[in-house]
Design a protein around this ligand. Sequence first.
Ligand SMILES: Nc1ncnc2c1ncn2[C@@H]1O[C@H](COP(=O)(O)OP(=O)(O)OP(=O)(O)O)[C@@H](O)[C@H]1O
Ligand SMILES: [Mg+2]
Length: 298
Amino acid sequence: MTTFNHLNVVAQEALQLPDAERIAKIRSDRWIGYPRSKQVLAKLEDLLIYPRTQRMPNLLLVGDTNNGKTMLAQRFCKLHPADDNPSGDGIQVPVLMVQAPPVPDEGRFYNAILELLFAPYRASERVDKKQFQVIKLLRYIDLKVLIIDEIHHILAGNMNRQKAFLNVIKYLGNELQISIVGVGTKDAFRAMQTDPQLSNRFEPVTLPRWEMDHDFLRLLASFERMIPLKNTSGLTQQDLASMLYSMSEGYIGELSRLLSSASVAAIHSSDEKISLSLLKSVDWTPPSKRKRLLEGTR
Ligand SMILES: Nc1ncnc2c1ncn2[C@@H]1O[C@H](COP(=O)(O)OP(=O)(O)OP(=O)(O)O)[C@@H](O)[C@H]1O
Ligand SMILES: [Mg+2]
């Protein structure tokens, strides 16, 4: 019997699936813990156990696009799911993640929170009433950490609206004594700087682009163990690793997508492994070039 020791148990089992299902598995999201993610998760854990004080610590998770910020925040949420009825007193939700509306609109922000919690609300309700409802609800579920993804969207308005929205965040934090975690691009960091009181309450935590180093090789090794291909690719070999690094330009999202496409091609070709020649044959535009194309320049 052939053994597939280059794979972890889950991936070994996936080898039994028909190709179409195996491909669907390859294309779906998977979580890989890497050193920086563990550091950031530890910081988030810290917020959860922080005693409630007048001045709760907040974080601002900043990084380039497609580099794992949302996945990391989702991971934290998954580690701390809602607890249905711990002492008969209703549901407890320690962590909640909401997307900032595409514009700094307080009402829409509250709508998003109310929707997440399946709370009935009227979209036409006055903003102060919605705010009251949100505060009551978040207090009821005993929220500890509110994560606001895509927080850079608050930059989309003029300075006054930005300020108003930042005040909302400040108010929620103070009123509920919860920690707030903003997640976004560098624009988010700049937005926070417009309010010194807020900026010194939000500790910036970065999720930098990957370097071509030992950690990146370990990341490749993890992907290889999880992607159900029958043959060993040896992604950490220098030539393959360098090629993967330059094609993905150090973004984990790009790497993940590239490896998925290459793996699907490897299944179709019956090679069942990712080789240099296969990578060269994958239809791939590096992210920087894609961006330039989008911007209409060469
Ligand atoms: N820890 C991880 N393990 C495996 N794959 C990951 C991990 N983190 C991110 N990815 C991959 O990278 C993709 C992009 O990640 P994510 O959506 O978290 O990026 P982001 O930084 O939030 O981007 P954006 O700024 O565009 O919202 C994910 O869809 C997933 O395929
Ligand atoms: Mg994201």
